[in-house]
Design a protein around this ligand. Structure first.
Ligand SMILES: C[S@@+](CC[C@H](N)C(=O)[O-])C[C@H]1O[C@@H](n2cnc3c(N)ncnc32)[C@H](O)[C@@H]1O
Length: 365
């Protein structure tokens, strides 16, 4: 079975390490490839069969997609691959020709081997890159091709709102991909615990990537700009044995973080502090790990405040941080200046796709 796993751009290596560790745990043969066909934000896992013994001692086949959907912290979707194809130069083709190519390809696939004709289906599409066609065009064309193909085997049913089977069709540059989306309509990064929606919240998958980069060992951990609490909550959900602190300047967001933590069942495990990160040493004497997505100041007027805020914050952080910090921000100049001014060394830098931007991520020590 080939599974196309989706995640954020720039964290494919961390997602693939998580998948390897999850698959190792159940002892099945597998191969994992980051960015298959050069597509970012994707990991391909080729997995063998796995079995378990149920309560009556019967040997049962284990569903690997279900296992990954339930356990992964870094993935967005688990898609059963039906076919992947490179359509050279499709970006320059006129809509009619491009859609005919996609339609012909899909109707030639043995789709009847992947779904029961009696099950209702819908196609969800995703398109990225320069094309003369839209994602809606792709969905309609693929939907018609699937319908036509399945019509040879019975009477297919389309149900756009509540389908039993979701086909996912992606056109990314010149790569076309078709699969069955086992995750459903809601991406895994949209956690069920999020009852308070912060306007600039971090995706839970990225929060976990930052936690992986920090690699905390049980020592005191703080998110000094914790907003709705994504990072502390995800850390607490991993059963972190040490202190987890969520510091936030605005009461509305801190109350939201507490509501989220309650919904996640980890409120007890997190200390919530209403306070200003530029006065960090007033709230904590020492932390081993600090992980945060810093305020970006995307709004006009606020951007000019970032260098001062960063400079004051890192001056305070230098007083209390013992081991590692991981910070994500669009403000490259402001953070690099503040880090240098306060004697922090950049141990690792990478770009991560977040909210349509490639955002700078720093591991410091
Ligand atoms: C990018 S958001 C963090 C979002 C958070 N990671 C989440 O997923 O909800 C930055 C947060 O920093 C807070 N903030 C801004 N200035 C602050 C300061 N001086 N001290 C503490 N928090 C501050 C903002 O209110 C905002 O909630």
């Amino acid at each position: 079975m080939r599974l196309l796993l989706t995640t954020s751009q720039g964290i494919e290596d961390l997602a693939s390490a998580e998948i390897r560790s999850l698959l190792d745990r159940i002892g099945i043969p597998f191969q994992v490839e980051e960015r298959p066909l050069g597509v970012e934000g994707r990991v391909l896992a080729e997995v063998g069969e796995a079995f378990y013994t149920d309560e009556k001692g019967r040997r049962r086949r284990m569903s690997i997609p279900t296992y990954l959907n339930e356990r992964s912290r870094l993935l967005h979707r688990v898609i059963l691959e039906i076919a992947s194809e490179r359509f050279e130069d499709i970006g320059n083709e006129e809509p009619e020709a491009a859609l005919k190519r996609i339609g012909d390809f899909v109707s030639g696939l043995p789709l009847e081997m992947h779904v029961k004709v009696s099950e209702s289906f819908a196609v969800r599409s995703f398109r990225k890159g320069e094309h003369k066609i839209t994602s809606v065009d792709v969905a309609k064309t693929v939907g018609k091709a699937i319908f036509d193909r399945l019509s040879c085997f019975g009477t297919p049913k389309v149900n756009l709102d509540h389908p039993a089977v979701i086909f996912r069709a992606e056109l990314i540059g010149d790569i076309f991909f078709l699969g069955i989306d086992t995750t459903g309509d809601s991406s895994l990064h949209k956690r069920p615990w999020r009852v308070y929606d912060h306007p600039a919240h971090l995706k839970a998958s990225i929060a976990n990537a930052l936690i992986e980069l920090a690699n905390p060992d049980g020592g005191p951990f703080i998110d000094p700009f914790c907003g709705s609490g994504t990072i502390p909550i995800e850390l607490a959900l991993r059963g972190y044995p040490g202190r987890v602190i969520c510091l936030e300047k605005y009461g509305k967001h801190l109350r939201g973080a507490e509501m989220n933590a309650l919904a996640a069942g980890v409120h007890e495990g997190i200390e919530f502090i209403l306070g200003d990160a530029t006065r960090l040493s007033e709230y904590v004497d020492r932390v081993d790990f600090a992980v945060s997505n810093l305020p970006y100041g995307l709004k006009i007027g606020r951007k000019s405040m970032m260098p001062k805020l960063y400079s004051e914050f890192f001056m305070e952080l230098a007083k209390v941080l013992e081991k590692r910090g991981v910070f994500i921000t669009t403000e490259k100049r402001a953070i690099e200046t503040a880090l240098e001014e306060n004697g922090f060394k950049i141990k690792h830098h990478r770009l991560i796709g977040h909210g349509g931007l490639m955002v700078h991520t720093y591991v410091i020590g």
